[in-house]
Design a protein around this ligand. Structure first.
Ligand code: SF4
Length: 229
């Protein structure tokens, strides 16, 4: 269990899965810049970042929900939480999977939905981020959540994601990895790969030359010094 002063952003999980150095640059060194890819992602998120609820007969939705898990040591805001109507609170294994939402009748099963730019990827960073949201909700609502969905802006399609034991183990390992990274205070060295070409921090990181193996802040300081001298 992590105390409040050791919480990290849920988004750090996605950065960590994409590149540990990128995660350290953003969350340790507070380096951030926007490129066309992050701008597109932000525009997509802007549509769901205002707290709003909507009620239909068998579906209730809420956007911009604040999340927290002391088990993972993460906090953040999720895009959209759907509640699907069910007649019972439990599944066939006796687990609580739905909650009452008065004044509506019946029980409502939480189903997290995360909006992403682009299309489904070969790595599991998006799934890990979504699974972390589900673990937060499980802790907050005292329910078991079996699945959620990722919505991709490029394909404009939803992909269902099962929160199976493999994904949960991966998510917990990523959370532990981030906490270890934050505690070490050390930015990992750059390793150039194809992923660098879509990385918003390629200029600050300099994975092929000056920044490789060095904290970005040191590289930025060196650049500033050479501009001033
Ligand atoms: S440029 Fe490459 S090595 Fe550097 S942070 Fe981005 S993905 Fe990681």
């Amino acid at each position: 269990m992590y105390p409040d002063d050791e919480m990290v952003m849920i988004s750090a999980l996605q950065h960590f899965m994409f590149c540990k150095r990128q995660c350290a640059l953003i969350h340790l060194e507070q380096v951030w810049t926007e490129n066309i890819l992050t701008a597109e992602g932000r525009l997509l998120h802007d549509r769901v970042d205002q707290p709003k609820t909507e009620n239909r007969r068998d579906l209730r939705t809420a956007t911009a929900i604040r999340l927290r898990s002391s088990q993972l040591g993460v906090t953040g805001v999720m895009d959209m939480l759907e509640f699907h109507r069910r007649e019972t609170m439990q599944d066939e294994m006796g687990r609580i999977i739905a909650v009452p939402l008065p004044p509506a009748s019946g029980y409502w099963q939480p189903f997290p939905v995360e909006y992403k730019r682009g299309k489904p990827k070969i790595h599991r960073a998006d799934e890990v981020q979504l699974c972390a949201q589900a673990i937060c909700l499980e802790e907050m609502l005292k329910v078991h959540i079996a699945a959620g969905a990722l919505f991709y802006g490029q394909t404009r399609r939803r992909s269902d994601v099962a929160f199976d034991s493999e994904l949960r183990v991966l998510t917990e390992a990523a959370a532990q990895g981030i906490h270890a990274l934050m505690q070490s205070g050390a930015t990992p060295p750059a390793v150039y790969s194809k992923a660098c070409e879509s990385c918003s921090l390629i200029d600050q990181c300099q994975p092929k030359s000056a920044g490789a193996g060095k904290p970005a802040q040191a590289w930025l300081n060196a650049q500033l010094e050479s501009m001033l001298n």
